[in-house]
Design a protein around this ligand. Structure first.
Ligand SMILES: [Zn+2]
Length: 454
């Protein structure tokens, strides 16, 4: 085994230029899903790339951007099947003047490569392909069947993915899934993330007058801003608790395993206190409360607007007010159910005039921390990186984990070449070449050892 591991390292090193060339060609396609650019080109490129690796690959239609599906076919159905979830779409590159090199020209400097999508998510995809090549070269073949699902709408909240997975359960059937992102924390410890939160995103709109009015009439004319503030005030208490009846009915909180894992996690408390200049966290959270609070759903005002917001004073009664709110949800909360409860709550509180529009919804899902696939991934991460892996039961953000857990039932882990300097979604997005090699090695080890378990 030791021989094989150094051979893996040598292969990954010697074929690095090939992988970076694949990455250069893929990042040259500006596949920005929010603008609908470069979508077909990127999907075809990924299909051709996987076909070139001997996969049976095809571009499949959805209600939105197409999905690339590929199957290595190894050993039929007798071996465990690993499903890799990735996406070929990227965020817009703007603002362009903040880039030090053109966003769609892969540029190398100081041990990193720069381009839009190089980390999120094209480098992750290329790293997995590099791992497959290395395993085939070193072990004479893949010891298991590998499938890829590479979607084109991840950066616009994956609106077509749930229906695609539900309709293609048999095609996508797998024993385990490697998630699209993965990497190391600020101390270089590899992170294995087991769950993401869900979301309900709404917009509130209230109109009290047909047009703005002179505030000399404020004793008679109703103010939309006050109306909205009073409505919002019924949604969340000062301690952060959401006041919508039934909002917590499905919430179970962390399991004992989750609590054990979180006890071993490094905390971002000190960093966030410093970075954001926080005097006191929500509800006084500190130490373990600070870490476990991710299992509490939230109601966040993401934007609010009404009336005069320009320089100096203007004495006006706003006719219209609006706010946007994202509720981050935990496992078993259903955004559709909560949306209905929110409407009912506002009606019962006397705010039937406050319109609520649903802008998006996704459910949360988690993989149990004691799943053998999680344990294997974490053990290999610790060996490859030479530092103990951090297993994070639930992170605060949202991704389309739910259909994978609900329809395919696979455990999900994260691994890959991301790091805290990657600047995903921002100008000068980058990937560390060293992190690429480590992430590729980790993936290759997982392919070898997971395949050997059958
Ligand atoms: Zn992204």
């Amino acid at each position: 085994m030791a021989d094989m591991l150094s051979e893996l390292d040598r292969y990954i090193e010697e074929h690095l230029a090939e992988s970076l060339e694949d990455l250069r060609r893929l990042t040259a396609i500006p596949s920005v899903s929010s603008k609908g650019e470069g979508i077909a080109d990127a999907a075809n490129f990924v299909r051709d790339l996987l076909e070139g690796e001997g996969f049976e690959a095809k571009v499949m239609p959805t209600d939105g951007n197409p999905v690339v599906y590929a199957d290595s076919g190894e050993r039929g159905n007798a071996s465990p099947t690993l499903l890799c979830y990735n996406h070929y779409d990227v965020q817009p590159a703007e603002p362009l003047d903040l880039w030090d090199s053109p966003p769609f020209e892969l540029t190398e400097r100081d041990g990193r490569v720069y381009a839009r999508g190089v980390s999120d998510d094209k480098g992750q995809l290329i790293s997995r392909i590099a791992a497959i090549r290395a395993v085939r070269a070193v072990a004479g073949g893949l010891p298991q069947r590998v499938k890829f699902l590479v979607e084109g709408e991840e950066e616009v909240s994956s609106p077509s993915l749930d229906a695609f997975i539900e309709a293609n359960r048999d095609l996508l059937a797998a024993d385990a899934c490697v998630w699209e992102f993965g990497g190391v924390d600020p101390d270089g410890r590899p992170e294995v993330v087991l769950g993401l939160r869900g979301i309900l995103y709404v917009e509130y709109r209230v109109r009290t007058l047909s047009r703005d009015a002179h505030s000399g009439s404020a004793h008679n004319l109703p103010n939309a801003a006050w109306r909205l503030v009073r409505a919002l005030n019924t949604i969340q208490a000062a301690d952060g608790r959401v006041l919508i009846p039934g909002f917590y009915d499905a919430v179970k909180g962390p399991t004992d395993t989750d609590l054990q894992l979180m006890a071993g996690m490094p905390s971002s408390e000190a960093f966030n206190r410093e970075h954001f200049g926080v005097k006191e966290f929500v509800n006084g959270h500190t130490e373990m409360d600070y870490i476990t609070a991710v299992f509490e759903p939230t109601a966040n005002i993401a934007g609010i607007g009404a009336g005069w917001q320009g320089q100096g004073s203007k004495t006006v009664i706003p006719a219209y007010a609006m706010a946007k709110m994202d509720f981050r949800l935990v496992p078993d909360q259903d955004p559709d159910d909560l949306f209905a409860r929110l409407r009912k709550h506002l009606d019962e509180q006397g705010f039937s005039d406050v319109e609520v529009v649903k802008l998006g919804g996704e459910r949360s899902a988690v993989t149990p921390g004691d799943d053998p696939f999680v344990q294997l991934t974490a053990r290999l991460a610790s060996e490859v990186y030479g530092k103990p892996a951090v297993i994070d039961p639930l992170v605060g953000g949202t991704g389309p984990v739910y259909p994978f857990r609900a329809y395919l039932g696979t455990p999900i882990v994260t691994l890959g070449p991301g790091d805290p300097l990657s600047n995903a979604h921002s100008p000068n997005e980058s990937m560390s070449i060293e992190a690429f090699k480590l992430g590729t090695h980790h993936m290759a080890r997982l392919l070898l050892e997971y395949g050997a378990q059958s």
